[in-house]
Design a protein around this ligand. Structure first.
Ligand code: AMP
Ligand code: MG
Length: 400
């Protein structure tokens, strides 16, 4: 293995050949965050007829000013059934259909009602306070384009265009396997030399926030039969991605390679020019992609952020695949960098309107508490020179 693989190259290998998943139809209530597979066309116009924008009276502008008889009312959902004759007024409410013949609305504050009569002291221009049919959208309009990611506002538009179900990309199914003889599930009583597994649930929570369906395969000890069985369970669960955590030391790597060979595939193993998170494994198990994250909790989290989440977003059909970064300034001096990109755990604060990122003094990749307290990762490029407090940097803001 010649040298270390740059992060960008590793990411493009992870994403290579990953295509957005197939289509499914979902009820609106289940479709938030999903990506449309087709244009969604308005089946009707909104509003469907000319309606009043205010509570008041529908009249003919030509009849004003003056005192007119009130001949009935039009409320939202209960229109007045006849045209408005000349010399008459109709009580009308917001969203109610304008009767034929009426051409303006006078708001109730500008009307003096006395029994069945209403007096308008001033004239009103035609068209005032009227929402014309199709003001919002007209039937046939492609209000939402294929490729759009649904959010609460876009779901509201789909509903108004009278769609109950929408065609969307399937959500990636992400199965997560923790490997290691030393691991026990949270809440168990660890034996001598054992630790509590923390990676899988973090990865599952991250994947879910990106809209994936997470499947926890539990813990497999470092044994061929158990690991093979877990791969089988991932396939049975219809996983699109099988994420393993741990198993990146030499003996364990040989185990994973054997597992993947039995699956008839080849295991890619790369040493990536990044800290934390040097080793990454990848394999294509015929429709199920294996991504092997390092076991170190911080390395597992950073590699999930940098490699797994973009893969989840790409399979979901999203266009915002890249991990977003932001500018900030350093809160402390940082030393020069070697050949590996650094992802420094840091706190964020705003000082005089400037975002300041201060890396923690200890960056050991096993330290879950520091990771939990961090607000951001400060990016340090390979061979970056030493940088003084106050110099610009780029950060990845960590989701809360
Ligand atoms: P490995 O990649 O399996 O060599 O693991 C590297 C380090 O990460 C070891 O100290 C493991 O005990 C630790 N580790 C592996 N898996 C997990 C996990 N699921 N949760 C917490 N620590 C882990
Ligand atoms: Mg291990």
């Amino acid at each position: 293995m010649a040298g270390l693989l740059p992060v960008a190259e590793a990411l493009s290998r992870v994403l290579a050949g990953a295509e957005p998943l197939g289509e499914e139809w979902l009820a609106l209530a289940d479709a938030d965050g999903r990506v449309l597979t087709r244009d969604i066309v308005a089946t009707r116009s909104q509003p469907p007829a000319d309606v009043s924008a205010m509570d008041g009276y529908a009249v003919r502008a030509a009849d004003l000013p003056g005192t007119l008889p009130v001949i009935g009312e039009s409320a939202a959902g209960r229109p007045f059934s006849a045209p408005l004759p000349p010399g008459a007024a109709l009580r009308i409410f917001t969203g109610a259909a304008l009767p034929a013949g009426a051409d303006t609305i006078v708001i109730q504050e500008d009307a003096e009602r006395a029994g069945d009569q209403v007096t308008f002291a001033a004239a009103a221009p035609a068209g005032r306070h009227i929402r014309v049919a199709g003001l919002d959208f007209t039937a046939g309009l492609a209000g939402l384009a294929a490729g759009t990611r649904l959010d609460p506002r876009k779901l509201a538009l789909a509903a108004a265009m009278n769609h109950a179900r929408l065609p969307v990309r399937r959500a990636p199914r992400v199965a997560i396997l923790s490997t290691g003889d030393e691991l026990v599930e949270p809440g168990a009583v660890p034996g001598s030399g054992q630790i509590v597994s923390s990676n899988a649930l973090a990865v599952a929570a991250m994947a879910k926030r990106e809209g994936a369906i997470a499947i926890d395969l539990g813990i497999a000890p470092d044994r061929l039969d158990e690991t093979l069985a877990a791969v089988g369970r991932a396939r049975d669960a219809g996983a699109d991605i099988l994420v393993t955590s741990g198993g990146a030391s030499v003996g364990e790597y040989d185990l994973m390679r054997e597992v993947i060979a039995r699956e008839g595939a080849e295991l890619g193993f790369w040493k990536i020019a990044m800290r934390p998170g040097k080793p990454l494994m990848m394999a294509d198990l015929g429709g199920m992609r294996l991504l092997g994250l390092p076991g170190n909790p911080v390395a597992s989290f950073v590699c999930a952020t940098i490699f797994l989440m973009p893969l989840v977003r790409k399979l979901s059909g999203r266009s915002d695949i890249e991990t977003p970064t932001e500018p900030a300034v350093l809160g402390t001096d940082v030393g020069p960098n070697d050949q590996r990109a650094d992802y420094l755990r840091a706190t964020l604060e705003t000082r005089d309107g400037t975002l300041v990122a201060t890396p923690f003094p200890i960056q050991d990749s096993s330290m879950i508490r520091v990771l939990a307290e961090a607000d951001a990762l400060v990016l340090r490029a390979p061979f970056a020179e030493r940088a003084a407090a106050g110099s610009p940097c780029r950060i990845i803001r960590l989701p809360r």
